[in-house]
Design a protein around this ligand. Structure first.
Ligand SMILES: O=P(O)(O)OC[C@H]1O[C@](O)(CO)[C@@H](O)[C@@H]1O
Length: 547
């Protein structure tokens, strides 16, 4: 479908005009008594609060006009219907089908994909259950105590993040994740593992990714060296769309779990890529995780735009990126088990929306995906919150926080955690004036000149925006809802920017050059045209390696 660029441009112009006309601060917007109610949106216990942004009633209205101008609803239906919206790869985008359990037929290119999804899920459940209860065991009959997922990008970040997030639900074997081609990653893990009770899952959509193939070969040698070549089959499973390559590696068809080209790597945790999660928490809990995402899908599809969490979340993102020109967004989960969420969202958001051309190949009219980064609170407070509060750049923050932890006996920890989370968003918005800083110092009895010297350092400009996502508890259902919320937010932002969120050509050039440079590591000349800087660096490193 073709976006109506002029309607989108007009909607953005109207927003810029609103922004220019704003005189007060975020705090002043709370003069409207029900601002919190009006600028937050709940889906069950999951609340998105965006009242601590500079979005006024007028701005919100214009943002909703922007969504209408971009025909977000039409674009959304094209995705759910299985249209080939990934234009550069000529593919449908249907990760949502993986969690849709109604059983209704879903034709893609004339073929119903639901039976294949169901069959794969049944096979995954049987395999995961077998590994969990020891019916599927190693070559010498030992139950698996450790499962190692070998994958990278979407074949690593999703299962690694979700497995960590749902640690309280683990009742299966220990799960580990190896992604980096740096041999240190796998070597440090293998030292701690007993081959006799270790299962490797090689996860790669393409089964050609260099890092994954290199790590898989090392893992294979680990098993073959310890237990013999004939043991390899019992200690490996694969997740891939490339069944031929999997077979060539030596993994049997019954231990190969497929998915489809309409599932992008960074959207694949709902597919067989989620196998380590299923082994860790069991098929039933994995089903709850899928159900959470399906619930968010249904909400995204049916809620009016002004009550639609992913749409509102995206509009806040567009406001910050395009109207306020903020270059990044920070993800700060006040939930230690979501420690890998920022990394997961970096791929989801930046690989999807880090684009400079529109769907028809024209240069984009405005800035697209921001830099996404973050760390869990409260640790982040003691690292980079200084800059968030007093630095010269404004970074909109996205806080995530649960009402309950999983440790009722540590309620005092949860109280401290929640209080800190709320305090940070309040402090970012409220700030502290020079007068207030001076008054505080004077109240401590400091001399006048000391007050004047120190007070400027204690000023907080305030007026810094944040969004808070609050929920009851981080269970599988809620985690599913949160990830789907972010996925659809990325979708809506891309729809407005008129970019393809589902390809990733930007990762190719570096891969190509690495392939060309590899022979030079063992003496061949570097390809013609390689810069003197790169040639100099290689010579330096080789000199050091030989020393
Ligand atoms: O699953 P594969 O094919 O090994 O790819 C891994 C990752 O590599 C990328 O293609 C590019 O980095 C990602 O999109 C993907 O998640």
């Amino acid at each position: 479908m073709t976006a109506d660029r002029s309607a989108i441009d007009s909607a953005f112009e109207a927003l810029v005009t609103v922004r220019r006309g704003q005189t007060g601060q975020i705090l002043d917007l709370f003069a409207v008594p029900d601002r919190f109610e009006r600028f937050s949106c709940a889906y069950g216990d999951l609340l998105l609060d965006f009242s601590k942004t500079a979005i006024s009633q007028e701005a919100l209205k214009r943002l909703l006009d922007l969504a209408a101008a971009a025909q977000v609803e039409t674009q959304r239906e094209a995705m759910f219907a299985g249209d080939h919206i990934n234009l550069t790869e000529d593919r449908a985008v249907l990760h949502t089908a993986l969690r849709e359990r109604s059983g209704d037929p879903l034709p893609v290119d004339g073929i119903d994909v639901q039976p294949g999804i169901e069959e794969t899920l049944q096979r995954l459940s049987a395999f995961a259950s077998g590994v969990r209860d020891g019916r599927i065991a190693g070559a010498r009959g030992h139950a698996f105590t450790d499962v190692v997922n070998i994958g990278i990008g979407g074949s690593d970040l999703g299962p690694a993040m979700v497995t960590g997030a749902l640690a309280p639900y683990h009742d299966g074997p220990r799960c580990h994740f190896v992604s980096n081609v740096d041999g240190a990653h796998i070597a440090d893990l293998l030292k701690r593992l007993d081959p006799i009770s270790t299962l490797f899952i090689v996860a790669s959509k393409t089964f050609t990714t260099v890092e994954t193939m290199c790590n898989a070969a090392t893992a294979r040698a680990f098993i073959a060296g310890a237990l013999g070549e004939e043991a390899v089959g019992a200690h490996f499973a694969a997740v891939s769309t490339a069944r031929d390559q999997v077979a060539a590696f030596g993994i049997a068809a019954e231990r190969t779990f497929g998915f489809w080209d309409w599932v992008g790597g960074r959207y694949s945790v709902w597919s067989a890529v989620g196998l380590p999660v299923m082994i860790a928490i069991g098929p039933d809990r994995f089903g709850e995780f899928l159900a959470g995402a399906a619930a968010m899908d249904a909400h995204f599809r049916s809620a009016p735009l002004d009550q639609n969490l992913p749409v509102l979340f995206a509009l806040v993102g567009l406001w910050h990126r395009n109207v306020c020109s903020y270059p990044s967004r920070a993800i700060i989960p006040y939930d230690q088990r979501l420690a890998r969420l920022p990394a997961y969202l970096q791929q989801l958001d930046m690989e999807s929306n880090g684009k400079s051309v529109t769907r028809d190949g024209q240069k984009t009219a405005r800035a697209t995906g921001p830099i996404v980064w973050g760390e869990p609170g409260t640790n982040a407070q003691h690292a980079f919150f200084q800059l968030l509060h007093q630095g010269t750049d404004i970074v909109p923050v996205e806080f995530l926080v649960a009402a309950e932890g999983h440790e009722p006996e540590l309620r005092n920890h949860q109280d401290l955690l929640v209080a800190n989370c709320l305090a940070q968003s309040e402090a970012l918005m409220r700030g502290r004036s020079l007068e207030q800083a001076a008054a505080q110092l004077a109240a401590k009895g400091l001399a006048e000149e000391e007050v004047a010297r120190l007070a400027p350092h204690r000023v907080f400009p305030g007026d810094r925006p944040s969004v808070t996502i609050a929920y009851a508890v981080l269970d599988p259902f809620t985690l599913g809802r949160i990830i789907a919320l972010y996925e659809h937010r990325v979708f809506v932002e891309a729809a407005v920017w008129d970019i393809n969120a589902f390809d990733q050509w930007g990762v190719e050039l570096g891969k190509e050059l690495a392939t060309q440079f590899l022979p030079a590591m063992t003496g061949a000349p570097l390809p013609a045209g390689t810069s003197p800087s790169t040639a100099g660096l290689l010579a330096h490193l080789k000199g050091l390696a030989q020393a």
